[in-house]
Ligand binder design. Structure first.
Ligand SMILES: C[S@@+](CC[C@H](N)C(=O)[O-])C[C@H]1O[C@@H](n2cnc3c(N)ncnc32)[C@H](O)[C@@H]1O
Length: 373
């Protein structure tokens, strides 16, 4: 329902007498649930949608609220077609409203990607992403065999990027979970891991490691030191490492103030905190917490992190910088600014750019840099 919030509010507002903003949050939510059932769920008859919401309002808000919900939803039911978003006129404002995204973000994307690609991105964000798992301790063949043997419906993701699991099975119930056979990881993140291409046996520092999917995969072929600022986020990684990567060294640290000796690692993965505009399908409420200011704050933090980790890499080593953002100031512009300040670093590959509607996965960005020997 969060995916449709703007559209629902746009339908409800004209039907509520007085200021929509003054309607208590709990009552607004009941109205949204009713409007969602009326407009988006074909299987719920209109009378049932109205009655359910009226009951909810009576139980949780009060008798007067129940009367208001009844009146508003009956009007909405009668005028449903007339308020359809397909009536919206062109432009980024209506694109934002129709697809329930913040207008400033849609405006920014239209300016960069054009209207058609932005529309495809908005549609992608409004779909529920599938569960995808990547083989870890088991080979792809063994994992596929176990899934098939357990009666689990699945499809291989092209490019060796894991398996899409169908049917809503709980992760902990999938075959091989206790043995650390797999990790839940979107294909976009798996592509970032592939892109790192660190030489086998490298000593790698994963400087922003939690919750840890990439560390776990890298630890199958390398020696990995995994750290993160937030100890609570590392807890999940510790539990998974017990099952799947017992040799993984894990500790809490702020990567801005290099917790390791200078020139002491062969490779660094800086999977930086970001605005995460490439993962909005996965977190439908996150779009409403974003702002231009948040993107700028993230870009500043990423610049500090790059400065912090750069000194720890040994000459000749590889630094991979990655985000799940689609915004240039967090991606290529960030890396360009770093390279301008650090003549000892250079790009050694074309950047990886994963655009969700093209890949059918989350979005991702990565750049591979080498420190001069
Ligand atoms: C994109 S997530 C990393 C995802 C992880 N690499 C994975 O594959 O599961 C970014 C992480 O950076 C951490 N972080 C934020 N600020 C940090 C800092 N100053 N130093 C180290 N880690 C930080 C966050 O706690 C968050 O866990």
């Amino acid at each position: 329902m969060l995916r449709s919030q703007t559209v629902l509010d746009r339908r409800l507002q004209p039907l509520v007498t007085g200021n929509w903003r003054r309607v208590p949050d709990s009552l607004r939510d009941v109205l949204r649930i009713g409007a969602y059932q009326l407009s988006d769920l074909d299987r719920v008859p209109a009378y049932a949608a109205v009655e359910t919401s009226v009951d909810l309002a009576r139980a949780h808000v009060g008798a007067r609220a129940a009367g208001l919900v009844n009146a508003v939803l009956r009007k909405l039911s009668a005028t449903r077609e007339a308020t359809s978003p397909s009536d919206a006129a062109g432009g980024h404002g209506s694109l934002a409203a129709t697809h329930s995204h913040p207008e400033w973000l849609v405006e920014r994307w239209v300016a960069r990607f054009g209207a058609a690609r932005t529309r495809a991105l908005l549609e992608h964000n409004n779909q529920r992403p599938p569960l995808v798992i990547q083989p870890l301790r088991w080979s792809a063949e063994r994992l596929a065999g176990a899934l098939a043997g357990g009666g689990i419906a699945f499809d291989p993701v092209p490019g060796g990027l894991g398996f899409t699991v169908r049917g809503g099975e709980r992760v902990a119930r999938l075959p091989g979970f206790e043995a650390g056979a797999f990790v839940v990881q979107d294909p976009a993140q798996a592509r970032v891991v592939q892109f790192t291409d660190f030489p086998a046996g490298s000593l790698i520092w994963d400087a922003c490691a939690a919750p840890g999917g990439k560390s776990l995969v890298l630890a199958q072929r390398h020696r990995v030191i995994a750290s993160d600022l937030k100890p609570d986020r590392l807890r999940k990684l510790r539990a998974a490492a017990d099952r799947a990567a017992p040799g993984l060294a894990i500790f809490a640290a702020d990567a801005r103030t290099a917790p390791l000796r200078a020139a002491s690692t062969d490779a660094i993965l800086l999977d930086a905190p970001c605005s995460a505009t490439g993962t909005l399908a996965r977190h439908p409420d996150a779009r409403w917490r974003l702002s231009p200011r948040r993107i700028a704050l993230m870009a500043r933090l990423q610049a500090e992190l790059l400065e912090g980790v750069a000194v720890v890499l040994r000459p000749g080593g590889t630094l991979v910088y990655a985000t799940c953002s689609l915004e240039p100031e967090e991606n290529d512009a960030q890396v360009n600014a770093f390279l301008e300040k650090h003549a000892e670093y250079r790009r050694t590959a074309d950047d990886l750019v994963v655009f969700p509607p093209d890949s059918g996965s989350d979005g991702a960005y990565a750049a591979r840099l080498e420190r001069a020997a």
